[in-house]
Design a protein around this ligand. Structure first.
Ligand code: FES
Length: 351
C-alpha cells in the first residue's frame, strides 16, 4: 500500500532528477560553458557569497567547476534512474536526499522564508522514498538478475535439470544494482551530450534547433534593455589615487533605460569581469550596480516597463531607485552599488 501510494512521488522525483541531469549536460547551453553568466562557475561564485559551505566551494568546487557540474549532472541522473527503476532504490533515494540537502545549503540557502526554496521539499520527498522502499513495485532488479543468470527463473520456465543459482547476498545485490545505475547514468550522458551541439549553434545564435530556448538566462534576459551590448570600461582619467573608467554615455543608457558593461577592477564586493549595469533614474540621474544576483549568482536584467532589475533565474527583483534593495524574490541582500560620475554626457566608474 505504501509503495502504491508513493508511486506518484517516486515517478515525479525520479523523472525530475533524471531530467535535471540531462538538462545540465545537453539542453542547457550555458551550464557547462564556464564563460557564461549562468554557468556552474558563475553559480558557484554566487553560492560562495552566501552559503555556509563557502570555504569548500571556494577551495574545491570553483577550481574544478566543470568537473563539479558534470558530477552533479551524473549524480542527478543516477538518482533518477535508481528511483524510477527500483535498482538500488533506497541508496538512490538517499543519494537524492543528500544532493537536495547540498542544494539547500547552496542554491536555496539565501531563500527567505525557507519555504520558498524548492530543495527542502525534494529532500523530504527522497527521505520518504528511502524510508518506505519500493515495495517490490515496478522494479527491474529481479529481471536484471535473471538476465545475468544470477537468479533463478520463475518456476514455470525453469528446466528440471537447471539448478538454481546460489542466492545473492544483499550486499552483492546492492553493489550490482548500484553499478548498473551508475553505468546507466554514464550511458545516458554519452548519448545526450552530443545533442548539445545539435540543439545549439556554436556561435550562440539561433541556428540551433532550440534557438532562443538555449539562450535562457541573464545574458539574453527576457527583461530586456539591461542586457544590452556589454562594453568594456576604458580608463578616462586618474587623479588622487582613484581612476575614472568610462562605462557608457548618457545617450546609450537613455536609449533602453539601462546599459550593460563589464566591471574592470575590484570595487567593494564587485570583482573584475563581473557583469555591471548602469540604469537611468530619470532627470539626468544614473546608478550603476554589479549585475550578479545576490541570491545565487545569475545576472540581472533591466525591465524598463517596471523600472526594476529582475533576475531571470528565480525572480529576485531589485529597485534601482532605492540602492537596488530587493522588493521581491528569494533574497534580502541588495545588489552591490558601484560609484559613478557623470560629466559631459559620459558616465564613468570611480574605482
Ligand atoms: S539567482 Fe535566484 S533569484 Fe537570482
Amino acid at each position: 500500500m505504501a509503495a502504491v501510494a508513493l508511486l506518484p512521488l517516486r515517478i515525479f522525483a525520479g523523472f525530475t532528477f533524471l531530467f535535471a541531469g540531462v538538462d545540465k549536460l545537453a539542453l542547457n547551453r550555458s551550464f557547462l560553458s564556464l564563460g557564461s553568466a549562468t554557468s556552474i562557475l558563475a553559480q558557484l561564485h554566487g553560492y560562495a557569497r552566501v552559503s555556509p559551505l563557502a570555504p569548500l566551494i571556494t577551495a574545491i568546487a570553483i577550481p574544478n567547476a566543470w568537473l563539479m557540474g558534470v558530477t552533479i549532472a551524473l549524480a542527478e541522473m543516477a538518482v533518477g534512474v535508481g528511483v524510477l527503476t527500483g535498482l538500488a532504490f533506497r541508496l538512490s533515494a538517499a543519494g537524492g536526499a543528500v544532493l537536495s540537502f547540498l542544494f539547500f545549503l547552496t542554491a536555496s540557502w539565501d531563500v527567505h522564508p525557507y519555504y520558498f526554496g524548492q530543495d527542502l521539499p525534494y529532500m523530504m520527498s527522497f527521505v520518504t522514498l528511502a524510508a518506505a522502499g519500493d515495495g517490490g513495485l515496478y522494479v527491474l532488479g529481479p529481471w536484471l538478475e535473471r538476465r545475468l543468470g544470477l537468479a533463478a527463473a520463475p518456476p514455470a520456465r525453469r528446466g528440471r535439470q537447471s539448478p538454481a543459482p546460489t542466492p545473492m547476498s544483499p550486499e552483492r545485490r546492492l553493489l550490482l544494482h548500484a553499478a548498473v545505475v551508475g553505468a546507466a547514468a554514464v550511458a545516458i550522458a554519452i548519448v545526450v551530450r552530443p545533442l548539445r551541439d545539435l540543439l545549439h549553434s556554436d556561435d550562440g545564435s539561433t541556428g540551433g534547433l532550440l534557438g532562443p530556448l538555449g539562450s535562457s538566462g541573464p545574458a539574453a534576459s527576457t527583461t530586456g534593455g539591461g542586457s544590452g551590448a556589454a562594453a568594456s570600461a576604458a580608463p578616462a582619467s586618474s587623479a588622487g589615487g582613484s581612476s575614472a573608467l568610462a562605462i557608457a554615455t548618457a545617450a546609450q543608457v537613455a536609449q533602453a533605460g539601462a546599459y550593460g558593461f563589464q566591471v574592470p577592477v575590484q570595487i567593494g564586493n564587485a570583482s573584475p569581469g563581473d557583469p555591471g549595469i548602469v540604469v537611468s533614474l530619470g532627470s539626468g540621474k544614473f546608478a550603476a550596480f554589479d549585475a550578479i544576483c545576490t541570491h545565487a549568482g545569475c545576472t540581472v536584467g533591466y525591465d524598463p516597463s517596471a523600472g526594476y532589475l529582475i533576475c531571470p533565474c528565480h525572480g529576485a527583483t531589485y529597485d534601482p531607485r532605492n540602492n537596488a534593495q530587493p522588493v521581491a524574490g528569494p533574497t534580502n541582500v541588495p545588489l552591490t552599488e558601484l560609484p559613478i560620475a557623470v560629466s559631459n554626457g559620459e558616465i564613468t566608474l570611480r574605482a
